[in-house]
Ligand binder design. Sequence first.
Ligand SMILES: Nc1ncnc2c1ncn2[C@@H]1O[C@H](COP(=O)(O)OP(=O)(O)OP(=O)(O)O)[C@@H](O)[C@H]1O
Length: 244
Amino acid sequence: MINSSAGDRPAIEVRGLRVSRGGRPVLHGLDLTVPRGSVTGLLGPSGCGKTTLLRAVVGVQRTEGGEVSVLGLPAGSAALRSRVGYVTQSPSVYGDLTVAQNLRYFARVLGAPQDDPARVVAEVGLDGREHDLVARLSGGQRARVSLAAALLGTPELLVLDEPTVGLDPLLRQELWALFHRLAAAGTTFLVSSHVMDEAARCTRLLLMRDGRLLAEDSPQGLLERTGAVDVEDAFLALVGEAAR
Ligand SMILES: Nc1ncnc2c1ncn2[C@@H]1O[C@H](COP(=O)(O)OP(=O)(O)OP(=O)(O)O)[C@@H](O)[C@H]1O
Protein backbone atom coordinates (compact mmCIF):
# COMPACT_ATOMS: atom_id res chain seq x y z
CA MET A 1 0.00 0.00 0.00
CA ILE A 2 1.39 3.42 -0.99
CA ASN A 3 0.75 5.91 1.83
CA SER A 4 1.87 9.24 3.48
CA SER A 5 0.18 12.59 2.86
CA ALA A 6 -0.51 13.80 -0.71
CA GLY A 7 1.51 17.05 -0.49
CA ASP A 8 4.93 15.50 0.14
CA ARG A 9 4.43 12.60 -2.24
CA PRO A 10 6.11 12.33 -5.65
CA ALA A 11 3.93 13.33 -8.62
CA ILE A 12 3.73 9.68 -9.71
CA GLU A 13 4.37 6.46 -7.80
CA VAL A 14 4.10 3.11 -9.53
CA ARG A 15 4.46 -0.16 -7.62
CA GLY A 16 4.41 -3.64 -9.14
CA LEU A 17 2.47 -2.53 -12.21
CA ARG A 18 1.49 -5.39 -14.48
CA VAL A 19 -0.40 -4.95 -17.76
CA SER A 20 -1.28 -7.33 -20.59
CA ARG A 21 -2.50 -6.21 -23.99
CA GLY A 22 -3.94 -8.47 -26.65
CA GLY A 23 -3.43 -11.42 -24.26
CA ARG A 24 0.33 -10.81 -23.95
CA PRO A 25 2.15 -9.40 -20.90
CA VAL A 26 3.43 -5.91 -21.77
CA LEU A 27 4.49 -4.48 -18.37
CA HIS A 28 6.06 -6.98 -15.99
CA GLY A 29 5.84 -5.43 -12.52
CA LEU A 30 7.15 -1.88 -12.87
CA ASP A 31 8.29 0.18 -9.87
CA LEU A 32 9.11 3.83 -10.39
CA THR A 33 8.63 7.35 -9.07
CA VAL A 34 8.43 10.71 -10.83
CA PRO A 35 9.41 13.61 -8.53
CA ARG A 36 7.30 16.78 -8.52
CA GLY A 37 8.63 19.58 -10.70
CA SER A 38 10.85 17.22 -12.69
CA VAL A 39 11.08 16.88 -16.45
CA THR A 40 11.21 13.09 -16.55
CA GLY A 41 11.97 11.37 -19.85
CA LEU A 42 10.53 7.92 -20.49
CA LEU A 43 12.87 6.42 -23.04
CA GLY A 44 12.99 3.06 -24.75
CA PRO A 45 12.68 1.37 -28.11
CA SER A 46 9.44 1.25 -30.05
CA GLY A 47 7.04 -1.30 -28.56
CA CYS A 48 8.73 -1.51 -25.12
CA GLY A 49 5.56 -0.32 -23.35
CA LYS A 50 5.96 3.45 -22.98
CA THR A 51 2.46 4.34 -24.19
CA THR A 52 0.99 1.55 -22.05
CA LEU A 53 2.68 2.99 -18.95
CA LEU A 54 1.48 6.53 -19.78
CA ARG A 55 -2.07 5.20 -20.27
CA ALA A 56 -1.87 3.58 -16.82
CA VAL A 57 -0.69 6.89 -15.32
CA VAL A 58 -3.66 8.77 -16.75
CA GLY A 59 -5.99 5.96 -15.70
CA VAL A 60 -7.24 4.71 -19.08
CA GLN A 61 -5.37 1.38 -19.13
CA ARG A 62 -6.81 -1.81 -17.65
CA THR A 63 -4.16 -3.20 -15.29
CA GLU A 64 -3.62 -6.71 -13.94
CA GLY A 65 -1.77 -5.85 -10.77
CA GLY A 66 0.09 -3.20 -8.83
CA GLU A 67 -0.67 0.39 -7.89
CA VAL A 68 -0.41 3.70 -9.72
CA SER A 69 -0.71 6.82 -7.60
CA VAL A 70 -0.85 10.29 -9.20
CA LEU A 71 -0.58 13.49 -7.12
CA GLY A 72 -1.41 11.34 -4.10
CA LEU A 73 -4.58 9.81 -5.59
CA PRO A 74 -5.26 6.55 -7.45
CA ALA A 75 -4.64 7.04 -11.21
CA GLY A 76 -7.84 7.87 -13.06
CA SER A 77 -9.59 9.48 -10.04
CA ALA A 78 -12.22 12.01 -11.09
CA ALA A 79 -10.46 14.63 -8.95
CA LEU A 80 -7.39 14.36 -11.21
CA ARG A 81 -9.25 15.28 -14.42
CA SER A 82 -8.33 18.97 -14.38
CA ARG A 83 -4.97 18.42 -12.65
CA VAL A 84 -3.43 16.11 -15.26
CA GLY A 85 -2.96 16.90 -18.96
CA TYR A 86 -2.37 14.09 -21.47
CA VAL A 87 -1.25 14.40 -25.07
CA THR A 88 -1.51 11.20 -27.09
CA GLN A 89 0.60 10.40 -30.13
CA SER A 90 -2.18 11.24 -32.55
CA PRO A 91 -3.54 14.79 -32.41
CA SER A 92 -6.73 14.90 -30.37
CA VAL A 93 -8.17 18.18 -31.63
CA TYR A 94 -10.92 18.83 -34.18
CA GLY A 95 -9.79 19.31 -37.78
CA ASP A 96 -12.92 21.19 -38.82
CA LEU A 97 -12.47 23.87 -36.14
CA THR A 98 -9.88 26.63 -36.07
CA VAL A 99 -7.06 26.65 -33.51
CA ALA A 100 -8.90 29.30 -31.45
CA GLN A 101 -12.26 27.47 -31.65
CA ASN A 102 -10.64 24.22 -30.46
CA LEU A 103 -8.95 25.95 -27.55
CA ARG A 104 -12.07 27.90 -26.55
CA TYR A 105 -14.05 24.65 -26.62
CA PHE A 106 -11.53 22.72 -24.47
CA ALA A 107 -11.15 25.70 -22.09
CA ARG A 108 -14.91 25.65 -21.49
CA VAL A 109 -14.95 21.87 -20.95
CA LEU A 110 -12.10 22.18 -18.42
CA GLY A 111 -13.41 25.33 -16.78
CA ALA A 112 -10.09 27.05 -17.58
CA PRO A 113 -9.77 30.86 -17.36
CA GLN A 114 -11.17 32.76 -20.38
CA ASP A 115 -7.80 34.19 -21.41
CA ASP A 116 -6.06 30.79 -21.27
CA PRO A 117 -6.41 30.06 -25.05
CA ALA A 118 -4.35 33.16 -25.90
CA ARG A 119 -1.71 32.23 -23.31
CA VAL A 120 -1.27 28.64 -24.55
CA VAL A 121 -1.22 29.68 -28.24
CA ALA A 122 1.75 31.93 -27.44
CA GLU A 123 3.42 29.21 -25.35
CA VAL A 124 3.47 26.70 -28.19
CA GLY A 125 4.47 29.32 -30.79
CA LEU A 126 1.26 29.33 -32.82
CA ASP A 127 0.60 33.09 -32.72
CA GLY A 128 -0.85 34.25 -36.01
CA ARG A 129 -2.38 30.81 -36.75
CA GLU A 130 -5.35 31.15 -34.36
CA HIS A 131 -7.87 31.43 -37.20
CA ASP A 132 -6.50 28.59 -39.34
CA LEU A 133 -8.52 25.39 -39.59
CA VAL A 134 -6.62 22.64 -37.78
CA ALA A 135 -7.09 20.30 -40.78
CA ARG A 136 -5.04 22.74 -42.89
CA LEU A 137 -2.07 22.82 -40.49
CA SER A 138 1.09 20.73 -40.84
CA GLY A 139 1.53 17.63 -38.65
CA GLY A 140 3.91 19.47 -36.33
CA GLN A 141 1.52 22.40 -36.00
CA ARG A 142 -1.38 20.06 -35.23
CA ALA A 143 0.74 18.38 -32.55
CA ARG A 144 1.32 21.79 -31.01
CA VAL A 145 -2.42 22.52 -30.95
CA SER A 146 -2.88 19.27 -28.95
CA LEU A 147 -0.12 20.37 -26.59
CA ALA A 148 -1.71 23.82 -26.25
CA ALA A 149 -5.02 22.17 -25.33
CA ALA A 150 -3.23 20.12 -22.64
CA LEU A 151 -1.72 23.30 -21.17
CA LEU A 152 -5.16 24.89 -20.63
CA GLY A 153 -6.00 25.30 -16.97
CA THR A 154 -2.30 24.90 -16.03
CA PRO A 155 -2.38 21.23 -14.95
CA GLU A 156 0.06 20.10 -12.25
CA LEU A 157 1.19 17.07 -14.26
CA LEU A 158 1.60 16.84 -18.01
CA VAL A 159 1.92 13.41 -19.60
CA LEU A 160 3.19 13.76 -23.15
CA ASP A 161 3.54 10.82 -25.54
CA GLU A 162 6.34 11.58 -28.02
CA PRO A 163 5.45 15.29 -28.31
CA THR A 164 8.43 16.22 -30.45
CA VAL A 165 8.08 13.60 -33.23
CA GLY A 166 8.13 15.26 -36.64
CA LEU A 167 9.12 18.68 -35.30
CA ASP A 168 12.11 20.55 -36.68
CA PRO A 169 15.16 20.89 -34.37
CA LEU A 170 14.48 24.54 -33.56
CA LEU A 171 10.91 23.83 -32.52
CA ARG A 172 12.01 20.82 -30.49
CA GLN A 173 14.46 23.02 -28.65
CA GLU A 174 11.75 25.63 -28.01
CA LEU A 175 9.33 23.03 -26.68
CA TRP A 176 11.90 21.56 -24.30
CA ALA A 177 12.67 25.10 -23.10
CA LEU A 178 8.93 25.57 -22.49
CA PHE A 179 8.77 22.31 -20.48
CA HIS A 180 11.64 23.53 -18.29
CA ARG A 181 10.09 26.97 -17.79
CA LEU A 182 6.81 25.41 -16.66
CA ALA A 183 8.66 22.84 -14.52
CA ALA A 184 10.52 25.67 -12.77
CA ALA A 185 7.09 27.04 -11.84
CA GLY A 186 6.14 23.64 -10.36
CA THR A 187 4.57 21.62 -13.21
CA THR A 188 5.73 18.01 -13.50
CA PHE A 189 6.44 16.55 -16.94
CA LEU A 190 6.52 12.90 -17.95
CA VAL A 191 7.59 12.85 -21.59
CA SER A 192 8.11 9.73 -23.69
CA SER A 193 10.51 9.47 -26.58
CA HIS A 194 12.26 6.76 -28.51
CA VAL A 195 14.98 9.22 -29.50
CA MET A 196 17.80 8.80 -27.02
CA ASP A 197 19.32 12.20 -27.83
CA GLU A 198 16.35 13.86 -26.11
CA ALA A 199 17.52 12.30 -22.84
CA ALA A 200 20.03 15.05 -22.15
CA ARG A 201 17.15 17.54 -22.05
CA CYS A 202 15.53 15.78 -19.06
CA THR A 203 16.25 16.25 -15.36
CA ARG A 204 15.45 12.60 -14.76
CA LEU A 205 15.27 9.47 -16.90
CA LEU A 206 13.31 6.25 -16.92
CA LEU A 207 14.91 3.79 -19.32
CA MET A 208 12.64 0.97 -20.42
CA ARG A 209 13.05 -2.19 -22.44
CA ASP A 210 10.61 -5.04 -23.07
CA GLY A 211 8.19 -3.89 -20.38
CA ARG A 212 10.87 -3.60 -17.69
CA LEU A 213 12.67 -0.63 -16.19
CA LEU A 214 16.42 -0.70 -16.88
CA ALA A 215 17.23 2.47 -14.97
CA GLU A 216 15.73 5.38 -13.06
CA ASP A 217 18.32 8.13 -12.65
CA SER A 218 19.46 11.61 -13.66
CA PRO A 219 21.24 11.76 -17.05
CA GLN A 220 24.50 12.56 -15.22
CA GLY A 221 24.03 9.75 -12.68
CA LEU A 222 23.33 7.29 -15.48
CA LEU A 223 26.51 8.20 -17.37
CA GLU A 224 28.62 8.05 -14.20
CA ARG A 225 27.20 4.68 -13.20
CA THR A 226 27.68 3.04 -16.59
CA GLY A 227 30.84 4.89 -17.66
CA ALA A 228 29.06 5.61 -20.95
CA VAL A 229 29.63 8.67 -23.17
CA ASP A 230 25.94 9.27 -23.90
CA VAL A 231 22.53 7.87 -22.98
CA GLU A 232 22.35 5.60 -26.02
CA ASP A 233 25.65 4.04 -24.97
CA ALA A 234 24.40 3.77 -21.36
CA PHE A 235 21.23 2.05 -22.59
CA LEU A 236 23.31 -0.54 -24.46
CA ALA A 237 25.54 -1.08 -21.42
CA LEU A 238 22.47 -1.67 -19.23
CA VAL A 239 20.96 -4.08 -21.77
CA GLY A 240 24.27 -5.99 -21.73
CA GLU A 241 24.27 -6.01 -17.90
CA ALA A 242 20.68 -7.27 -17.77
CA ALA A 243 21.53 -10.12 -20.18
CA ARG A 244 24.42 -11.36 -18.02
N1 LIG B 1 -4.36 -2.12 -28.71
C1 LIG B 1 -3.45 -3.07 -28.52
N2 LIG B 1 -3.78 -4.37 -28.50
C2 LIG B 1 -2.86 -5.34 -28.30
N3 LIG B 1 -1.56 -5.10 -28.10
C3 LIG B 1 -1.17 -3.83 -28.10
C4 LIG B 1 -2.08 -2.74 -28.30
N4 LIG B 1 -1.38 -1.59 -28.25
C5 LIG B 1 -0.10 -1.93 -28.02
N5 LIG B 1 0.04 -3.27 -27.94
C6 LIG B 1 1.29 -4.01 -27.69
O1 LIG B 1 1.81 -3.61 -26.43
C7 LIG B 1 3.23 -3.51 -26.49
C8 LIG B 1 3.65 -2.14 -25.98
O2 LIG B 1 3.11 -1.12 -26.82
P1 LIG B 1 3.26 0.42 -26.50
O3 LIG B 1 2.43 1.16 -27.49
O4 LIG B 1 3.04 0.63 -25.06
O5 LIG B 1 4.83 0.63 -26.82
P2 LIG B 1 5.65 1.99 -27.02
O6 LIG B 1 6.93 1.79 -26.29
O7 LIG B 1 4.82 3.14 -26.65
O8 LIG B 1 5.92 2.02 -28.58
P3 LIG B 1 6.13 3.26 -29.59
O9 LIG B 1 7.41 3.95 -29.17
O10 LIG B 1 6.24 2.59 -30.93
O11 LIG B 1 4.92 4.14 -29.46
C9 LIG B 1 3.63 -3.77 -27.93
O12 LIG B 1 4.11 -5.09 -28.00
C10 LIG B 1 2.35 -3.63 -28.71
O13 LIG B 1 2.34 -4.51 -29.78
